[in-house]
Design a protein around this ligand. Sequence first.
Ligand code: NCD
Length: 322
Amino acid sequence: MTQHLLSIDDLGADGIVELLDLAEFMAEVSARPIPKVPALRGKTVVSLFFEDSTRTRVSFETAARRLSADVMGFSVGTSSVKKGESLRDTIETIAAMGIDAIVVRHGSSGVPWQVAQWCDASVINAGDGWHQHPTQALLDCYTIRAELDRPFADLHVAIVGDVKHSRVARSDVDALTALGARVTLVAPLTLLPPSLEGWSVEVSHDLDAVLPTVDVCYLLRMQLERQSEGLVPSLREYTSCFGLNAARAARLPDHAIVMHPGPMNRGVEIAADVADLPRAVITQQVRNGVAVRMAVLYWLLGSGITLGGGNVIGASAGGSDA
Ligand code: NCD
């Protein structure tokens, strides 16, 4: 059966932990002088991005190449999509060329599920609308585990900012709560989803009060393109209440880390000097993203692993012949 990664819920806590363990092995591969293994030789991975992206796309393509897969990039801007080709026809055309995985990002929620019905390839959701971004959540959990090295059940994570429009927030809440962490959403009411039914989170509107109690302060990008909706009175007011400036960062416990999925709006949700503090692990998140995506691609295409099934992982991916 073709396996996909569409949502964090596909994995469960055991599946998440197994992928994080596999990613540790992949990080070791990435640190080698020749960071390449033959695990996915002969496999073809297509990246199909209908929305802008820097880090996610490059990260997936780098991950696929480090496993020796062939990578096909598909630029929507120069494709027949511009001539009105439907999503379904686009997928069927690409699938007819014989591919093993499609990494898809789209502005509409649910598109990766549709794509999975239209082709035989494994589908990886690289972000659908406001809905899910599972590999971002995995790399965030990986980074938290690597930086703090304590059980998730002992951690308190604040997710701060535009939760309403954020697929990163939804995926991170799913992953962190599955792993047992305590999560507090910190935002003005207008930037929270209309209902939080089914979310195992606490909510606060007072960042200053929450900061001394957290191990992780996760800042979301303020979606500037949505400010015409008038969800905050002004960006200056948002920044003064919810932006992480140096004075606020000083309220964090010594060991606490600051995270952001990128792209950052320096001076809005995060002050420029805070983004450059040693406790800000934003570059580590990007670096870990490659290892995590290698783990996901290897799980889906190369391993025969069923997550949660207790299979031994890692050993057969080793041995560089590059
Ligand atoms: C995010 C995204 O596109 O969902 N970026 C990312 O993938 N690192 C976050 C965002 O754009 O706000």
